[in-house]
Ligand binder design. Structure first.
Ligand SMILES: [Mg+2]
Length: 225
């Protein structure tokens, strides 16, 4: 059973900088889940004379072996590993890339109260390019940072030290929203002041709140009424 919701409790006047994750936080993770768990195995199966089920099993094992690392998000790594053109395959199903409800309202709101907003993502630059082209969210951000630029994944403590060197924010007065608890734990350890867990990363999966962090289902919960 999902833990009950801990409601975010902070004042916008205590926040200067907002760091937002992309996949699952701003965008529907259904695209990524479908792409890696259904679409790629199907193509891989056809290319290698396997059943869809065999291919899925094989690929899930390969995915798990690089979980929480930069390799996991590296499209060039997967193109080479699987002998497929992964960026091209992503473009073929890009109609599934969707912005979560209320995200644009939220981005407009935080710009209206003059906050600095950065997109901070583990996504590979090629994924980022496809998604920003599709969603047109790019202009809302002061900076867009990919983990590959930093050299560490957001789950790793070093990421936060390097991100701070790059963006120079007051960590106590910074808010991070992310749908990965491990990322929030790493950010908490670094001293990020306000942490928000996104409890509905995929439109096709049930809401799951965090027992450790305040959470929201949709970003309208962070817009004062
Ligand atoms: Mg995410």
């Amino acid at each position: 059973m999902s833990p009950s919701q801990i409601k975010p409790d902070f004042s916008w006047s205590a926040v200067d900088t907002i760091l937002l994750d992309m996949d699952g936080t701003l965008l529907d993770k259904y695209f990524d889940d479908h792409f890696w768990e259904e679409y790629v195995p199907k193509i891989f199966a056809a290319e290698n004379g396997l059943s869809d089920q065999e291919a899925r099993k094989e690929l899930l094992l390969r995915y798990q072996s690089v979980e929480n690392t930069l390799q996991w998000t590296d499209l060039d790594y997967w193109s080479e590993q699987l002998g497929l053109d992964i960026p091209e395959l992503k473009c073929k199903v890009d109609h599934l890339i969707q912005v979560h409800p209320y995200v644009v309202d939220f981005l407009k709101y935080i710009k209206s109260i003059d906050k600095t907003v950065h997109l901070v993502t583990n996504a590979h630059s090629k994924t980022l390019e496809i998604k920003l082209r599709k969603t047109a969210l790019g202009p809302y951000f002061d900076h867009i940072v990919c983990s590959e630029e930093i050299g560490y994944a957001k789950e790793q403590p070093e990421f936060w030290i390097k991100l701070h060197d790059l963006l120079q924010f007051d960590r106590e007065r910074t808010l991070l929203a992310d749908d990965t608890a491990k990322v929030l734990h790493a950010a908490k350890q670094y001293g990020i002041g306000v942490l928000v867990f996104v409890a509905r990363p995929s439109s096709r999966l049930p809401v799951k709140h965090s027992a450790d962090f305040p959470s929201v289902v949709f970003f309208n919960e962070l817009i004062p009424q």
